[in-house]
Design a binder for this molecule. Structure first.
Ligand code: HEM
Length: 455
């Protein structure tokens, strides 16, 4: 009986949902073209289970094999078009980027703050991007080498002769570098409180947005409020100081002639921590794994680093072997497997219709793992980067108007840490390393436990 009731309800649900699907397709069908191939799965649930019950690469790869480089699907209640050709990624992210706006879950917007750079297009985005880029140009970050070095040396010392969770420790390192770049090295008073609140906040990033006492979301929102108060205190302290005392991100925000509100500044400081910390920590974790698994590569990196006596900014620009290891890690690990956009109007692409309101996902991981772009793609082989990749086939930092403004800083902090790690330490991975976790960035199993000791 229960089954019959379920079947009837399900049938009704299917009919009603199909009606709405048909209606919106008809409404948006001003361009008279077919939708991309693929299946939308079950009503509402779509193909969410197929995607999340296995390694997402398996889902993407099997779809690409079956339907080609553009296909439709239905994930977490959203109808999506996934694209995995370099040309399609370029169209969505660069040439027609005005037709595809960034889109995030509402809970993420509330936690980071709705004025943060990632959520915007147009004039406000352009203004923020100029301020953020200004703080992260090579010219602006070259003075940070010594301070990043001191953070790296302290981190490595604290790992000596311990079994550590590489990702968790790398998160502490990248958090400290992010705070240095945002607030400068003198901001020490509020540092621990900022970290405490941010750690509570991040626990709620992927929670259900139910703001009731006791829920994860509620605790996160409380921590978010406290973060805003701490940042407001730092801001008012800065206003009392002379203007040219700082050259960090906060200074860049505060120098803007048209001015940003305190709320806009706070949202963007939290946004940059969010963008900077786990991404760079995941990449570092993968590098440690790949170096441990490839002793010849490790040997070449170590020799390159040993030739440098006192690390300077100029040295970081002359590390071809280590730089290729970073590039190859960014490719193989593809920590951001894809990104999300939403079509702001009906768009025609390669004879298909991408309807207004549908999500569009460029699949970075598939592009980086296609044998057309990178022969023997599963092999970790840094030497392949001796030759520049073909246009639009390598985009670990995205592409176009939302591409990563922090990429120079990310590379710098990775190089500095690798310099001290490879010249002074040896390490071994503990436990099996066959699985990849997606949380949401691709990560080695259990955050890669390692034991590290002085050489
Ligand atoms: C290796 C580490 C990193 C990787 C792989 C990475 C990757 C990316 C990617 C792929 C995007 C574009 C996303 C999209 O188009 O939807 C992005 C955007 C962004 N990243 Fe990074 N990132 C890294 C480190 C950093 C760091 C260190 C910072 C800050 C210091 C940073 C700040 C940002 C910001 C603010 C955006 C948004 C830009 C905009 O919307 O205009 N990232 N990042």
């Amino acid at each position: 009986m229960a089954f019959v009731t379920f079947a009837i309800l399900f049938f009704l649900f299917t009919v009603i949902s199909s009606f709405f699907l048909f209606k919106s397709a008809a409404e948006s069908g001003r361009i008279n073209l077919p939708l991309p191939p693929g299946t939308l799965g079950w009503p509402y649930i779509g193909e969410t289970f197929q995607l999340y019950s296995q390694n997402p690469s398996v889902f993407f790869t099997s779809k690409v094999k079956k339907y080609g480089s553009i296909f439709k699907t239905h994930i977490l209640g959203c109808r999506c078009v996934m694209v995995s050709s370099p040309a399609a990624a370029k169209l969505v992210l660069v040439t027609k980027s005005h037709l595809f706006k960034p889109t995030f879950p509402a809970s993420k917007e509330r936690m980071i703050g709705k004025q943060a750079i990632f959520f915007h297009q147009g004039d406000y985005h352009f203004k923020l991007r100029r301020l953020v880029l200004r703080a992260f140009t090579p010219e602006s970050i070259k003075h940070m080498v010594l301070d990043i070095e001191s953070i790296a040396v302290d981190a490595l010392k604290s790992w000596e002769n311990r079994l550590i969770n590489t990702f968790q420790e790398m998160k502490i390192f990248t958090f400290n570098v992010a705070l240095l770049s945002i607030l400068g090295k003198d901001e020490v008073v509020n540092r621990e409180d900022l970290k405490r609140c941010y750690y509570i906040l991040e626990k709620g990033y992927n929670s259900m947005p139910i703001n009731l006492p006791g829920t994860l979301f509620h605790k996160s929102m409380k921590a978010r409020k406290e973060l805003a108060q701490i940042l407001a205190k730092i801001l008012s302290g800065r206003r009392e100081m002379s203007k040219d005392q700082h050259n960090d991100l906060l200074a860049s925000f505060m120098e803007d002639k048209e001015g940003l509100t305190d709320e806009q500044i706070a949202d963007n400081m939290i946004g940059v921590i969010f963008a900077a910390r786990d991404t760079t920590a995941s990449v570092l974790t993968w590098i440690i794994k790949y170096l441990a698994e490839n002793p010849t590569v490790l040997q070449s990196v170590t020799e390159e680093q040993e030739a440098i006596k006192t690390l300077s900014w100029a040295d970081t620009k002359k590390m071809p072997i280590t730089s290729r290891v970073i590039q190859e890690t960014l490719r193989v690990a593809s920590i951001l497997s894809f990104t999300f956009r939403e079509a702001v109007q009906d768009v025609e692409f390669e004879g298909y219709l991408i309807p207004k309101g549908w999500k569009v996902m460029p699949l970075f991981r598939n592009i980086h793992h296609s044998a057309d772009n990178f022969p023997d793609p599963e092999k970790f082989d840094p030497s392949r980067f001796q030759v520049a990749p073909k246009a639009n086939t390598f985009m670990p930092f995205g592409s176009g108007i939302h591409s990563c403004p922090g990429n120079e800083l990310a590379k710098l902090e990775i190089l500095v840490l690798l310099h001290h790690l490879t010249t002074k330490y040896r390490w071994s991975v503990v436990g099996p390393q066959t699985e990849i976790q997606y949380a949401p960035f691709a990560l080695p199993q259990n955050g890669l436990p390692i034991e590290l000791s002085l050489k």
